[in-house]
Design a protein around this ligand. Structure first.
Ligand code: PMP
Length: 408
């Protein structure tokens, strides 16, 4: 049974209560970015009204206050991830900057010609391109774990792709197109057997399911606050302490140093070593409110709610002529329903249902290799979150049906 109190939750999200093109907004683009509850909006405003100053440069009262709130937020993120130490929790500008940090800092120190980086066919460009860039610089080679026709990782092919040449396995915990929830623990186990390091893109998992980096035994984990009812411009890089200590810093600048001379520097200790420059202070402090909001509702409850909505959408879309849903069954994924319709452009569907107030996304969703795997260039994607209702699923499906009668 659905454990969420939808009326209470929806009342927390002011942006949902508006009309678009004269119709009530039905916001189903949560995989791109989620909306913020009043608690997070208030936290953002409160920082800027009362506590804002640069962090770690202090000596004055306001800076001391903002610094301690910044560090409290780091502790909230540590708890959310199940990390052992707050030194393992780095504030970044998002998943993209977190993955680039790992690829460049870890990769430059650990990759050589002949080494292999294993990715998967379902990765977001931000878990592909940074690896391609570091592969070009170091002479390492990229390999990819294929997916099955129904959008699961082809796990039976994993042992054949792993060898002592595999130095890095970069995999998403959940796909932003298919929704597929991947068996991270099993991938990490097999990767560690050949001595590879595992970097997990948790951008689509963190908003939708409980995460425990220690249970995963993942070496690195990246996430974005803006997909989990938090602010944009902020993410987290989790890394095992020994790995973060052994690798060089990525960005250079203020805060990440211990000492500097004209021609040399020594890096700061963790986590400052990977937080060069002024961080997104307001966003980082307010992220704590987002984490607490999700924890109060419960990530298990959120996933169950989304899967119920996905199930309902699958059911209502089942007899739409020519419509094909990409990816696995609802119980194997987060609340994402991507689809194509024979002979009709996903963009046209997206534009048409926008006029009915329904916000979805059409395009390649930063996953061109995944779409190529299915022999398509783009898809339409409805992505659900904790505040979406069954009624909204009905409005969405009715709008798709109407659009198709006009477009076909
Ligand atoms: N990986 C996945 C799976 C994503 O869905 C996204 C966001 N679309 C990213 C990485 C990149 O996140 P960001 O744009 O917040 O850096």
């Amino acid at each position: 049974a659905d454990k969420l109190d939808l009326d209470a939750i929806r009342a927390d999200f002011p942006i949902l209560h508006q009309e678009v093109h004269g119709k009530p907004l039905v916001y189903l683009d949560n995989a791109a970015s989620s909306q913020k509850p009043q608690q997070v909006i208030d936290a953002l405003r409160e920082v800027d009204e009362r506590f804002y100053a640069n962090v770690h440069r202090g000596g004055h009262q306001l800076s001391n206050e903002s610094t301690s709130m910044y560090e409290e937020s780091r502790e909230a993120a540590q708890r959310f991830l199940g990390a052992k130490s707050k030194n393992e929790v780095i504030f970044t500008y998002g998943t993209t900057s977190a993955i680039n940090t790992v690829a460049h800092a870890w990769g430059s120190a650990n990759l050589a010609p002949g080494d292999e980086i294993l990715v998967t066919e379902m990765e977001h460009h931000s878990n592909l391109v940074p690896w391609q860039q570091i592969a070009q610089l170091t002479g390492a080679k990229i390999k990819a774990l294929p997916i099955t026709g129904d959008g699961l990782l082809a796990m039976d092919e994993l042992p054949g792709l792993l060898s002592e040449r595999t130095k890095m396995v970069a995999v998403s915990a959940a796909s932003n197109v298919l929704g597929t929830i991947n068996p991270v623990t099993e991938i990490v186990r097999q990767a560690h057997e050949v001595g590879a390091v595992v970097s997990v893109d948790a951008a689509q998992a963190a908003p939708h399911k409980p995460i425990d980096v220690v249970a995963w035994d993942a070496d690195f984990v990246a996430l974005s606050a803006h997909k989990m009812v938090g602010p944009s411009g902020l993410g987290i890089l989790y890394g095992k302490q020994a790995l973060l200590e052994a690798m060089p810093p990525f960005l250079g600048g203020g805060s990440m140093i211990n000492t500097v001379t004209i021609d040399s520097f020594t890096p700061a200790l963790l986590p400052a070593k990977f937080e060069a420059g002024t961080p997104p202070i307001t966003a980082a402090i307010a992220f704590k409110a987002a984490i607490e909001y999700l924890e109060n509702i419960g990530l298990d409850n959120i996933l169950a709610h989304e899967q119920m909505l996905a199930e309902y959408a699958h059911q209502l879309l089942a007899d739409v002529p020519g419509l094909r849903i990409l990816g696995p069954a609802p119980h194997q994924k987060a609340g994402i329903v991507s689809f194509t319709v024979d002979g009709i452009s996903p963009n046209d569907i997206g534009m048409m249902i926008d006029t009915a107030g329904v916000a979805i996304r059409a395009g390649h969703h930063c996953a061109m290799p995944l779409h190529a795997r299915y022999g398509i260039a783009s898809s339409a994607r409805a992505s659900f979150y904790l505040y979406n209702t069954r009624e909204e699923v009905e409005i969405f499906v009715a709008a798709v049906r109407k659009a198709l009668t006009i477009l076909s």
